[in-house]
Design a protein around this ligand. Structure first.
Ligand SMILES: Nc1nc2c(c(=O)[nH]1)N(C=O)[C@@H](CNc1ccc(C(=O)N[C@@H](CCC(=O)O)C(=O)O)cc1)CN2
Ligand SMILES: Nc1ncnc2c1ncn2[C@@H]1O[C@H](COP(=O)(O)OP(=O)(O)OP(=O)(O)O)[C@@H](O)[C@H]1O
Length: 207
């Protein structure tokens, strides 16, 4: 049997694919904002975690504008001195601090909040909601702690080319619930449920 592809190698490949997708689709961020199903905000808002795009991540800014106008409270991730990632309240136009890796983050005086709808950057995802990020585990840890405290709906923002057959998964990985691309939505949580149902049907004792 062939080995699962090395995550480091996959990260390199996906960096290139994402950059190519970004160059091909300069209007992606606006299309994404138009296509966001507002029922997700009604069901999983009102505290929405966005991010400030780095590298060639799809830019969530137009979507964050739309959500804010519809009443969402926005927050952004911040990497604290102890290495933990927190979420801090932020309003459009408020200044941000420049941090390593090109990150722009709220200051440490911004109040900490628990978002219920998390717009998630990534390198790759698959139909089961597995996610590949930069490999620090920040989103896994933060979403895991949000989920143990209550509800948290993780919505990936991505180019279609970032969906791949299979992302190598590990036990600590927190599944994505939804992915939004400039050509539409991928309801990942429904696809996971359907797969679970089908594998139950196929099992012994199935009618
Ligand atoms: N826009 C954005 N903000 C975010 C994240 C993210 O993925 N995207 N994070 C998600 O956790 C946290 C910051 N974490 C980061 C962790 C590592 C690197 C990093 O190592 N960058 C290198 C190598 C990238 C690579 O392996 O391809 C680089 O930019 O050169 C960047 C951000 C919180 N804020
Ligand atoms: N819930 C968790 N508890 C403890 N450690 C974790 C948890 N989630 C992730 N980690 C640690 O983080 C490391 C990197 O995880 P992984 O390769 O899944 O990151 P990633 O999801 O690709 O990147 P990121 O979340 O930073 O964008 C893992 O090797 C693991 O040690």
């Amino acid at each position: 049997m062939s080995q699962a592809p090395d995550k480091t190698q996959l990260r390199h490949r996906m960096r290139t694919l994402r950059a190519e997708a970004a160059a091909r689709d300069p209007d992606a961020a606006d299309k994404l904002a138009d296509l966001f199903p507002m029922k997700l905000l009604e069901r999983y808002g009102p505290v929405v975690a966005g991010y400030v795009a780095i590298n060639e991540e799809i830019d969530p800014a137009p979507l964050m504008q739309r959500l804010s106008r519809a009443g969402a409270e926005l927050c952004l991730p911040r990497i604290e001195d102890d290495g933990r990632m927190t979420w801090r309240l932020w309003s459009i136009g408020e200044p941000l601090e420049r941090r390593p890796f090109g990150l722009s983050e709220p200051g440490m005086d911004a109040p900490e909040v628990n978002p219920t709808l998390i717009l998630t950057p990534l390198l790759a995802f698959d139909a089961m909601g597995n996610r590949l990020g930069y490999g620090k585990g920040h989103y896994d840890r933060a979403i895991s702690s949000l989920r143990s405290a209550g509800r948290a709906f993780a919505c990936a923002l991505a180019y279609p080319a970032q969906q791949i057959d299979s992302v190598p998964s590990e036990s600590h990985d927190q599944p994505l619930d939804w992915a939004l691309t400039p050509i539409g939505s991928v309801p990942l949580f429904m696809m996971r449920n359907m797969k679970a149902l089908n594998s139950n049907d196929a099992g012994p004792g199935a009618a």
